[in-house]
Structures are given as structure tokens and as C-alpha cells.
Design a protein around this ligand. Structure first.
Ligand code: NI
Length: 179
């Protein structure tokens, strides 16, 4: 169990374009995923990208373990299955976008409304090199866009179009749960 410290906005590494993973099912990659899982769970995040713990590789994890089985029988817009996604590719489906509240472990204490594509297809690999692909919408699509942005050095405030919706969680939208 290793809970890593999460880099905060201002660290240059968060603005870097991360490198592709070239070897799968290695001890190093499994250790990275374990560290990311432990860190995301300890901080109760919706997702985490490797650069946030100081590793500039194109690896993200997102979703909740308990949603793996639940969302099969009881589909829920806010339910995202636990997913490891490496070297991801996103394809937006249509031009529809929607506004939604976001937070980020690298921008602690703050929240903001971010426009994101509503529908997209994503693909990539898991830590064993197995192909992963899904077509998703709404919150699931938002989480994927947020996490994959980290791999290109983009933090959610850089996607905001109305900074009047950016503020401290306790003061702005206090009744809304963190995505
Ligand atoms: Ni983030």
C-alpha cells in the first residue's frame, strides 16, 4: 500500500506531454498501477493520471471498484466502471457538449464548471496489453476527457470558459457532490 503525494498545479511536470508506454505486463507498470490505485482510493478521487504522481507516462485510471458489477444490472449515469487505460485515443462523437462541475486532486479545494464533449469513443490498453474500448456519454465521458487531458499537460481550469464558476468548494456549489 503506497499512497503517493499528488503534484499540485504549478508543478512543471503537470504541464508536460507524457510519453507512450512501450512495454506491458512488466513489474514496473504493475507497480505504477498499484501506486495509482492506492493513491486514488486514499484520496477518494474519481480518477488519476500517472503524471499526477510524478510519472510522465500515458496511463490513467478512473471509476470505482464497486461499480464493476452494479452498473451492469442497474445502469446509472454517474456509475463508471473501474478502468485502467494506457496510451488512450479519444474520438468525439458529434459536436454536442455539456457543462459540468469538476474538481482535481492536483487543484485541491477548488471546483469549476467545464464544458466537455457529451459522447465519445475511447480505446487503449490495460496493464496487461489487452485492448480496451468503449463508447460512453455524460459523466463517464467527462471523467475520461479530464484524465486524458492530464497526459497532454492540460488541467481543467485551462478548459473553463466562465471563470465566474471557479471557486473554493465550500463556497461555490456547496451542495453539489464532487464528480
Ligand atoms: Ni485531475
Amino acid at each position: 500500500m503506497t499512497v503517493c503525494s499528488v503534484l499540485r498545479m504549478g508543478e512543471p511536470l503537470l504541464l508536460a506531454v507524457a510519453d507512450e508506454v512501450t512495454a506491458f505486463d512488466t513489474l514496473e507498470l504493475h507497480a505504477l498501477i498499484q501506486d495509482m490505485e492506492d493513491t486514488m482510493a486514499a484520496l477518494d478521487g474519481a480518477g488519476l493520471a500517472a503524471p499526477q504522481i510524478g510519472v510522465s507516462l500515458r496511463v490513467v485510471i478512473f471509476g470505482k471498484e464497486e461499480d464493476r458489477s452494479e452498473n451492469l444490472r442497474y445502469p446509472d449515469a454517474n456509475s463508471v466502471p473501474y478502468t485502467v487505460l494506457i496510451n488512450p485515443k479519444l474520438t468525439f462523437l458529434g459536436h454536442e457538449q455539456e457543462d459540468g462541475l469538476e474538481g482535481c486532486l492536483s487543484v485541491p479545494g477548488l471546483r469549476g464548471i467545464v464544458p466537455r464533449h457529451t459522447h465519445l469513443h475511447y480505446s487503449g490498453f490495460d496493464q496487461y496489453g489487452k485492448w480496451v474500448e468503449r463508447t460512453v456519454s455524460d459523466f463517464h465521458a467527462r471523467v475520461v476527457q479530464h484524465e486524458c487531458d492530464h497526459l497532454d499537460g492540460i488541467l481543467y481550469p485551462m478548459r473553463m470558459t466562465d471563470l465566474t464558476t471557479f471557486g473554493y468548494a465550500d463556497d461555490i456549489f456547496p451542495d453539489q457532490p464532487l464528480p
